[in-house]
Design a protein around this ligand. Sequence first.
Ligand code: GH3
Ligand code: MG
Ligand code: MG
Length: 417
Amino acid sequence: MCWPSRYSGVKMSDRRFGLALALSLGATGGLSAAVGFLLSRLRLSGESARAERAAMVEATETLRRRNAQLTSLHHVFSEMTETLTLSNIVRTTLREAHKIIAADMVVMRKLQGDQLVVIGAMADDGIEIEGLESVSVSGDGPTSRVARRGRLMRIDSDGESMMGNRRPTTDPGSPSSQTGRGPFESGVITPLIVGARVVGTMSCWSRLTHHFTQEDEQLLEMMASSVATAIVASEAVADSERHAYIDSLTNLPNRRRLNQDLDGAFADPSLALSYAVIAMVDVDHFKRFNDEYGHRIGDTILQEVSATLRRGVRVSDRIYRYGGEEFVIVFTNTSQDEAFRLAENLRQSVQDLRLSAEGHGALEPVTISVGLACLPEHGTDVAELIELADIAMYHSKTSGRNRVTVWAAEAEQSEAA
Ligand code: GH3
Ligand code: MG
Ligand code: MG
């Protein structure tokens, strides 16, 4: 009997067929084992490819997140140093902290005396959180402890009950009620440190429990160190700006400040002074005081006169040291009659001062001459009104000093003639 061979198609004898069958079976078995092996390898490599792909996706995602976090950190550094005002530092920090560690609320506090005063609090959707009270640095809450020890603290749950004023979350004023969502659970409170000095704290909160990781802590510490440095730098800037616009002898705003206000507040149409009176004030015969008692006593007299003027004006009025012994006052929202009365009171108060100097006893009375110019009757430009008030003040001088004169066009004309 002959069988067609599966392989060669050659007719074979029974014996040869048996051998061929045995070989063929053996080969088939080997092949299927090999196929099985290959398949399992393929399956394995398919699985590991999937795992590798998943790992790569995760690594890419981690890198993307890291990149976004570092970009945010970079924003914080560059934006904060751009203007170095406290409000800008707070705004930038709050905004970027939300991005960097997906915080649902960020609260910044600054140490003032022994109080950690809230300088900014914002929830994730830009809602400003109000009513968070200051906490004492010697208090027993977590924020106080962080500031005292200068070490970061992580809270994994029930965080809102530990916050500053510890309001129940059901209280309409509580931070979570203000956002209209669930209570804040986990948080990281980071001290803001410069050198060895704690200048404040930054707390990041989440509505999830156990939200923050060790990686978040590291990022927050990096961020906190720049924020703290920027806060201290902004204080130095504010201090030097203050000095540039405040007269050191009298503590009154100086002429530079007046010029700034002329370009800003007084020129701003939305704040436009609808009616106001400008006063120019000059101390009478001041040179004589210097000549007789010396400059140091002269300085003290100027301080006394400026303090008297400051006490005599209303909160809404502005007073500046214009030059040596000259002052400018802007009586806001004031009629001519009212300003005249106020100026007369100032003149009288200065005359009533009873000054004495060591080694000299009582000094003779100090008096002032005042000139007034009114907005809008005499003009609408404050800088020009200052000049008119100066002319009116000279009228007071030439007509005997120690008096108040309201500018009048006729007076100026007669002067010129
Ligand atoms: P008048 O009544 O005409 O204004 O006479 P006056 O002496 O007040 O005016 P004058 O302009 O002749 O002199 C002003 C003096 O004020 C001269 C200047 O040395 C003095 N003075 C200006 N600034 C200061 C200051 O900061 N301290 C002291 N001690 N004196 C000052
Ligand atoms: Mg003068
Ligand atoms: Mg004078």
